[in-house]
Unconditional design. Structure first.
Length: 427
């Protein structure tokens, strides 16, 4: 059964202003409306790309979004910052209205869009439970039945009769999620707020969302930059890009599309050239970082059984004997595979001059998928020379003995090829 349907949803804003910004524009819109004509300002406006300077004051935060959600489904909504995810959730939650299009829903919607959404800071945690329940259309008797479960799940028993204004952001999220989940909405809408909670609470919250969808047959819309959580929780996902739906499909395919799109936007090859104006210090120039495969070619696509050489070229403008390069490899945007440092192996005196620093990433170690590489440079316990930079993205492929691609992937961040030794015990 379809419980939520979005038809041709678009949202237009005028940058920096409320409404159209001028009385003449507002009157123009009203005059077109009373005559049954189209809003004249729908014909102008630019694509929602936060990284580009625009020519128009009007921007389309969302354009022509269409999708359906079945009862009991967990739909993931992913995309870069500024892609339109939060705007879409605010429209779905009736916080704001679309410029064009229509949302059709069946049943109650509970939303958790920001830390402490709907909480009154002067009221206690217990009083806010009843306030939120009333907003969701529940009676006092219905809320009373769930009150103890909500408080126990939130882990805020000791402070439940303390005003919410004295809660930390993590405590507010705990209580807000517990209220939204236990007051039995038909559709639960959750933005990135769970990232504020600690690891134990995030795990518990994801488990609760799985129970809501599988056991209770309720629908969940989930926005997160944690691709591991999206893969673990969602049955289907939509990728938003610059306010449009760039991809819709099963979760694994959507996550792969998102990560591959990110890799393509950051770098089309395994070569990075640094803008040294971004450095915290003028004592170093980071000239380039390259990824080299086993054939000696510069690339960002590797076979799992080949060695990956990372070649860092830099210049010191003064002596820095204790300089340290840190390299971090991540998968799914947030899960760290490992971090390595040059500090222990680099024994040069680090006087003024040009240098080439090289490190090899092991073969038969990475799982099939997309990875990103972050670099930062500094002098330990003294100063930061270059803030953490996401410099390169790369893809790992696995091939069969015949040379064709392996589509399946072992669970886990890495898939090392280990030596198994079998000894038959003589009887």
């Amino acid at each position: 059964m379809i419980i939520l349907k979005a038809e041709n949803i678009s949202k237009q804003y005028r940058l920096g202003l409320v409404g159209t910004g001028t009385l003449s524009h507002d009157l123009n819109r009203w005059w077109h409306k009373v005559r049954g004509k189209e809003d004249p300002y729908l014909k102008i406006g630019e694509t929602n790309d936060r990284s580009l300077r625009g020519e128009s004051d009007y921007v389309w935060a969302l354009q022509d979004i269409n999708f359906e959600v079945q009862k009991g489904e967990v739909l993931g909504i992913i995309g870069k910052n500024g892609a339109g995810k939060s705007t879409l959730l605010k429209i779905l939650s009736r916080v704001t209205i679309p410029t064009t299009g229509e949302i059709k829903t069946k049943g109650r919607i509970a939303s958790l869009l920001e830390v402490g959404t709907g909480f009154h800071p002067e009221l206690t945690g217990r009083e806010n439970i009843y306030l939120n329940g009333a907003i969701l259309g529940m009676t006092k008797k219905e809320i009373k039945v769930k009150e103890d479960e909500i408080i126990a799940f939130s882990g805020c028993e000791r402070y439940v009769d303390t005003p919410v204004k004295r809660y930390s952001s993590g405590m507010r999220v705990r209580l807000a999620f517990a209220v939204a989940a236990f007051l039995e909405p038909d559709i639960l809408v959750i933005d990135e707020v769970l990232a504020v909670g600690d690891a134990e609470f995030q795990k518990k919250a994801i488990g609760k969302m799985q129970d809501i969808s599988k056991a209770d047959g309720r629908t969940v819309l989930f926005v997160s930059h944690n691709m591991a959580a999206v893969r673990n929780l969602c049955t289907r996902a939509i990728v938003l890009k610059n306010g449009t739906a760039a991809f819709e499909g099963n979760t694994d395919a959507a996550v792969d599309f998102y990560l591959k799109e990110g890799a393509r936007l950051t770098s089309d090859s395994g070569f990075y050239k640094h803008n040294n104006e971004l450095n915290n210090s003028k004592a170093i120039c980071l000239n380039s970082v390259e990824l080299i495969n086993s054939k000696g070619d510069n690339t960002n696509v590797f076979i799992s059984d080949e060695n990956i050489r990372v070649v860092i070229k830099y210049s010191l403008l003064e002596k820095l004997p204790d300089i340290r390069f840190n390299l971090k490899i991540e998968v799914d945007n947030e899960v760290i595979v490992f971090t390595t440092t040059s500090h222990e192996d680099d024994k040069t005196d680090k006087s003024k001059g040009d240098y080439v620093l090289e490190v090899s990433l092991p073969e038969d170690f990475f799982n099939k998928g997309f990875y990103k590489m972050t670099l930062n440079v500094g002098v330990p316990n003294e100063k930061v020379l270059i803030e953490p930079l996401t410099i390169l993205n790369f893809e790992i492929l696995k091939l069969t003995s015949s040379g064709s691609r392996v589509n399946s992937v072992f669970p886990g961040v890495t898939a090392p090829k280990l030596k198994w030794n079998v000894v038959k015990v003589q009887s």
